[in-house]
Design a protein. Structure first.
Length: 535
């Protein structure tokens, strides 16, 4: 509520529109007027018009009453009127006179007209309370011998004004208004002249300010009290339009400068520089918006000014505008980030292409070309450690029947399930390849024939028990696979030879009834059994 009243107060609005010098002059005039009024209240500097007028009016009333009493025996109204007219000429403030007989007075002034009336008596006469006269309405008795014949009522011009215009014509009011107008003008001119000598900019010679204006860096000089003494042209160009006149202002009261420095003036760079007597630098200082509304990125340096006696006399603030450099750096960072993103995308694409080039698109297993490339690395690692190299050949039993009965889509699902279960049985260092059709091969390093057979058997059981469930087709037949395992020392083996041996073992599993694991070399009885079986 108070803020609202201040906002609509005309004096408050006027004060906000006035310059600081004008407000100062108004304040001095107001103080002078208040002092005069206080002196008048205590010492009576201005005359009291009521006190002056009271004895004069009483004397006029008594004199007029005596003159009327002298001429009343003739009871000539003309003669009495002449006496009253002469009295009005001598006393212009006497506006009306009425004479009432004792009989009309006792009957009531409101019931009987006066014996004689001069002037607009109804306008100027106000019947006093308790028949006691006032400064404007005076009643004087008229004696006829020893008895009262009547009264004279005198109506005077009011001593105090009744209207605003009347008050404005009062000498005291005219004096105050004159003092306010002429005194305000005098104070304004005097202060304007005095402040020219007190202006902190006069502490710096004009030639020095001109030299500072040639600098490309913004520069501000402040004294030990934090007041701005000098601002060069480059600094004024950094400031918004409504803050270019900073001379004489406190640096801590400049929003453009302090909005990024926090609320504690003791931590401001110039305060620290003068207190610690060293240069304070802010590399990433963000100032307020300039005249174009753009935030400025600056390097602020506060350098204390020290005299010959090592006494701090002020501080020089320099502002190096690095806004464009900051913008270029931000664009460069954005470009580098975009390049890194593009590089990562290219690498991902390369990895994806490498995967597509080295993997079977249906099952995700290695294709033949990438398998033999990886096999060379595996052979070298096995040879260094004198380890065995083991191949496990795998073939889906009766795979053609899946395609014939359920279509190639179901056949593809069977191959994908086989690849998944085979991969679960492999180590991270093992190689799984789709040799073609429904035939797969696993390459182990550093595994004995017994270990390889056990591993193949576990995979076979997993396929037998889980593959049909994973397919999710209740009409499908049981899914099984046959395995052939061959192991040889790396020093004596060639990949194609080992593949052929593992393939022979796989062929033996199929001849032996499928859904089994056969190792190479075969036992003698196995070979005879296989030879007796029809192909």
């Amino acid at each position: 509520m108070k803020s609202f009243l201040r906002s609509i107060n005309p004096f408050s609005l006027l004060a906000r529109r006035m310059s600081p010098l004008g407000r100062l002059a108004v304040g001095l005039v107001s103080l002078t007027v208040c002092l005069l009024l206080m002196l008048d209240f205590t010492l009576g500097l201005f005359p009291d018009r009521v006190a002056q007028a009271k004895p004069l009016r009483q004397a006029v009333a008594q004199g007029l009453g005596a003159q009327v009493a002298l001429v009343l025996p003739s009871e000539s109204k003309t003669l009495v009127s002449d006496v009253i007219t002469q009295a009005q000429l001598r006393t212009p403030e006497l506006r009306s006179v009425a004479i009432r007989t004792l009989a009309s007075q006792s009957a009531g002034a409101g019931n009987m007209p006066p014996w004689l009336e001069i002037g607009d008596h109804a306008k100027y006469w106000e019947a006093p309370a308790n028949d006691r006269s006032t400064i404007n309405s005076i009643r004087v008795p008229i004696m006829a011998g020893a008895q009262q014949w009547g009264v004279v009522e005198l109506g005077f011009e009011p001593v105090t004004p009744k209207t605003l215009f009347g008050w404005l014509k009062e000498p005291v009011i005219l004096g105050i208004l004159s003092m306010g107008t002429l005194g305000g003008l005098a104070f304004y001119l005097y202060l304007r002249r005095a402040l020219q000598f007190l202006d902190p900019t006069n502490a710096v010679p004009e030639r020095v300010r001109a030299a500072f204006d040639t600098l490309s860096e913004g520069l501000m000089v402040i004294d030990t009290k934090g007041l701005v003494v000098l601002v060069n042209e480059a600094m004024r160009n950094l400031l918004p339009a409504n803050q270019k006149h900073l001379n004489g202002r406190g640096a801590a009261s400049i929003p453009w400068l302090t909005e990024s420095l926090g609320a504690d003036p003791a931590l401001y760079p110039w305060s620290r520089a003068m207190r610690e007597n060293r240069v304070i630098t802010l590399e990433a200082f963000v100032a307020g918006a300039d005249s174009k509304g753009q935030k400025r990125h600056l390097v602020l340096k506060a350098n204390p000014i020290v005299d010959n006696r090592e006494q701090t006399r002020g501080c020089i603030l320099t502002f190096d505008d690095v806004t464009q450099l900051q913008q270029v750096n931000e664009k460069l960072k954005a470009t580098l980030k975009a390049l890194e993103t593009s590089k990562a995308e290219v690498q991902n694409k390369a990895v994806e292409l490498q995967r597509l080039a080295s993997r079977d698109p249906l099952t995700g297993c290695l294709n033949r070309r990438s398998f033999f490339e990886a096999l060379d690395v595996m052979r070298k690692a096995a040879g260094d450690k004198q380890q065995n190299l083991t191949f496990v050949m795998c073939d889906v039993d009766h795979f053609k029947s899946f395609n014939d009965r359920f279509g190639h889509a179901v056949g593809d699902q069977v191959l994908q399930i086989m690849a998944k279960l085979l991969q679960e049985g492999c180590r991270e260092s093992d190689l799984l390849v789709r040799m073609g059709g429904e035939e797969f091969c696993i390459a182990f390093r550093g595994m004995s024939l017994v270990q390889a057979r056990e591993r193949a058997e576990r995979i076979r059981q997993s396929i037998e028990t889980r593959a049909c469930v994973m397919l999710g087709n209740p009409q499908a037949q049981r899914i099984t696979a046959s395995f052939g395992v061959a192991t040889l020392p790396v020093a004596t083996v060639e990949p194609k030879q080992l593949l052929e041996l593992a393939d022979q073992a796989l062929y033996a599993s199929k001849r032996g009834g499928r859904n089994r694991v056969t190792t190479w070399p075969f036992a003698q009885e196995q070979e005879e059994e296989f030879d007796a079986m029809p192909v």
